[in-house]
Write a protein of this length. Structure first.
Length: 139
């Protein structure tokens, strides 16, 4: 099963990259002077909310943001990876298998799972990108 999820993430990534979406986002980011790390976090976060899969969000987000490494001078690849990973954690909700796994294992209601799991995942993501952006000033 994990292989299918990774394969699906790779397929989505390839469609987006092959269609030029990755380059378009990269060009937009360069013109708009958006921090590559923040962009990686946002892209992965949007994909995570849409698909429910952190794995798909990471793979697809990395594929979309990868052109920034060549377009923006001085991009720290390691921080870009961390930002993508942090973005892939945000807002776990009902389309995420992990949401249901936690709900069932801890015998919680959907509302309780939102109040605990979703809030925790979102806090991890937001605090993560804050620390990554701060770290970017020193690295």
């Amino acid at each position: 099963m994990p292989g299918m999820i990774i394969g699906a993430g790779g397929g989505v990534k390839q469609v987006l990259v092959g269609s030029g979406v990755g380059n378009a986002i990269g060009q937009y980011a360069v013109q708009a002077h958006i921090s590559p790390g923040l962009l990686a976090w946002l892209v992965a976060g949007l994909i995570r909310v849409a698909t429910g899969s952190a794995t798909v969000a990471t793979i697809t987000g990395a594929g979309i943001v990868a052109p920034l490494v060549t377009l923006v001078p001085g991009v720290n690849r390691e921080l870009l990876v961390l930002a993508t990973g942090a973005g892939s954690l945000i807002l776990s909700h009902v389309n995420d298998a992990g949401f249901w796994l936690v709900k069932q294992y801890f015998n919680m209601t959907v509302v309780e799972t939102f109040k605990t799991w979703t809030v925790m995942e979102t806090l991890l993501s937001v605090v993560g990108i804050i620390f990554i952006m701060i770290l970017g000033f020193f690295v």
